[in-house]
Design a protein around this ligand. Structure first.
Ligand SMILES: [Zn+2]
Length: 135
């Protein structure tokens, strides 16, 4: 049974409990009526829990789809392909705690080589403060 079917079943059960409550009330059985009211409240709580789980499940599926759409170029993550791709996204944040943090173009950073200092454009992460050379 998927969660949608479970919610439908619980909703139907709430309706049945309500109908039984009306029948018991007509027969003036107070204790049985109280138990049915308790049952109905429990079913309402169960339905809300299922609705919450369904919403969480949708969020997790969307996150999984986003994760699968990412590619790693050896330095940063990108979403999608070609000119329509989005990003780059921070590797440290993505791999560390699953956050998808867009990198910002930063100033150039100097790198000492045998031929002198080479200025390389960098990406900056505003969340974890890491800096990534673009080349
Ligand atoms: Zn980061």
């Amino acid at each position: 049974m998927d969660i949608g079917a479970a919610i439908t079943t619980v909703t139907a059960s709430i309706g049945i409990a309500k109908e039984i409550s009306a029948l018991v009330k007509a027969a003036n059985k107070v204790e049985a009526l109280e138990k049915l009211v308790d049952l109905r409240e429990q079913l309402v709580d169960a339905k809300q829990a299922m609705l919450d789980l369904r919403e969480e499940n949708h969020g997790l599926k969307a996150a999984l789809e986003r994760r699968e759409a990412l590619t790693f170029d050896g330095k940063v993550y990108w979403m999608g392909d070609g000119e329509g791709r989005e990003g780059p996204f921070c590797q440290r944040c993505r791999d560390g705690d699953g956050r998808l943090v867009r990198l910002q173009a930063g100033n150039k950073a100097g790198r000492v080589t045998g031929g002198g200092i080479i200025q390389t454009p960098i990406w900056r992460c505003l969340h974890c403060k890491s800096r990534v050379a673009t080349t």
